[in-house]
Design a protein around this ligand. Structure first.
Ligand code: ADP
Ligand code: MG
Length: 312
């Protein structure tokens, strides 16, 4: 067992308390939080596999804040070389002083190791192979050898958290089995509708001016983008948050005061265009546009099933 693992009953209590405090800042996600927390408390690294907007960053920042450690973000892409995550020697100082540990500028991996933080690599599967190898070595050894600097030892709370989007299929490397063998994994799906409504209330103050209606409608139409037959990947809760915020401003501009107003449905539609059209990714074969897809979804909600959208 790793020396970082939480082993004693005493620390077990401590972990349960800390879970309670973390949970208080997050809507739902009890199971995902418990499993992620168990993995990192066990001293392990983990990959969170889920589409954008599924509380990954929210959970990680709540955990690192509770632990009082930094959360360092890196986006995985083709430009993420090993030198970028490890760090480099300041070239001007190298010219003056030659290479030395003092003129080394740490990258996020070394920073996370030194500070005992979480290194969060989003879109892990977009990073080049040699970068993945550097990370795997650092994860396995909990230390890293840097030429002309020496060996950097990670503090005990250092973790690598990776994420990837299962819908993402362009420009990605298929992770090798040896990568998978070195990571724990948790698949995370979209929140349920109730949780999404709560998140919208929390982030968009949806109570004004449309009462509960706007949050419910924004969540319903956003969720419908995920199951529309022409859509490969729909919008996350971020689209529902923005639909709510934009509709609120449109209502103000148009002087609409309630969800009973005749103009309310069309206002939601206009907000959907702004907040959702760029967040839905159509199937390659689909002969339609995001706007047409959104009109269909809107008609389903406001014309075919007006009972569901009715004030109440
Ligand atoms: N469980 C949650 N509790 C509170 N807010 C959330 C929750 N999940 C998502 N959010 C909000 O939704 C947005 C996207 O969430 P985020 O955690 O950044 O998703 P991800 O990192 O998976 O892309 C953020 O504005 C965040 O505040
Ligand atoms: Mg995120």
């Amino acid at each position: 067992m790793s020396s970082d693992a939480i082993t004693t009953a005493d620390q077990g209590h401590h972990l349960a308390d800390s879970r309670r405090r973390i949970a208080a800042r997050i809507v739902g996600r009890e199971r995902e939080l418990e499993l992620t927390l168990a993995a990192v408390a066990a001293g392990r690294d983990i990959i969170l596999e889920g589409p954008p907007g599924t509380s990954k960053t929210t959970m990680l920042s709540a955990i690192t804040q509770e632990w009082g450690i930094p959360l360092l973000f890196v986006e995985g892409n083709a430009d993420l070389t090993p030198a970028k995550i490890v760090g480099h020697h300041n070239p001007a100082r190298v010219l003056r002083e030659d290479y030395s540990p003092e003129n080394f500028v740490p990258g996020p991996l070394v920073e996370a190791m030194l500070q005992g933080g979480f290194l969060y690599i989003e879109e892990f599967n977009r990073a080049p192979e040699d970068t993945l190898n550097t990370l795997l070595t650092a994860m396995a050894d909990r230390s890293i050898a840097i030429p002309r600097v020496g060996r950097i030892e990670a503090k005990p709370t250092f973790r690598v958290i990776a994420s990837m989007n299962p819908y993402d299929n362009v420009g990605t490397t298929r992770l090798s089995t040896s990568v998978h063998d070195r990571l724990n994994r948790l698949a995370i799906d979209y929140q349920d509708a109730d949780a999404e409504e709560q998140i919208v209330h929390l982030r968009a103050d949806a109570d004004r001016p449309f009462g509960e209606n706007l949050a419910r409608d924004a969540v319903a139409v956003t969720r419908a983008t995920r199951t529309h037959p022409d859509v490969r990947q729909g919008s996350s809760v971020r689209g529902a948050i923005d639909t709510t915020l934009v509709a609120g401003q449109l209502a103000e501009l148009r002087e609409i005061r309630s969800a009973d107003a005749e103009e309310y449905p069309e206002t939601v539609y206009d907000a959907m265009i702004v907040a959702l059209s760029g967040r839905i990714h159509l199937d390659e074969a689909a002969e339609t546009t995001p706007e047409r897809v959104l009109r269909e979804i809107w008609e389903d909600r406001f014309i075919l099933e007006p009972a569901k959208a009715a004030p109440g």
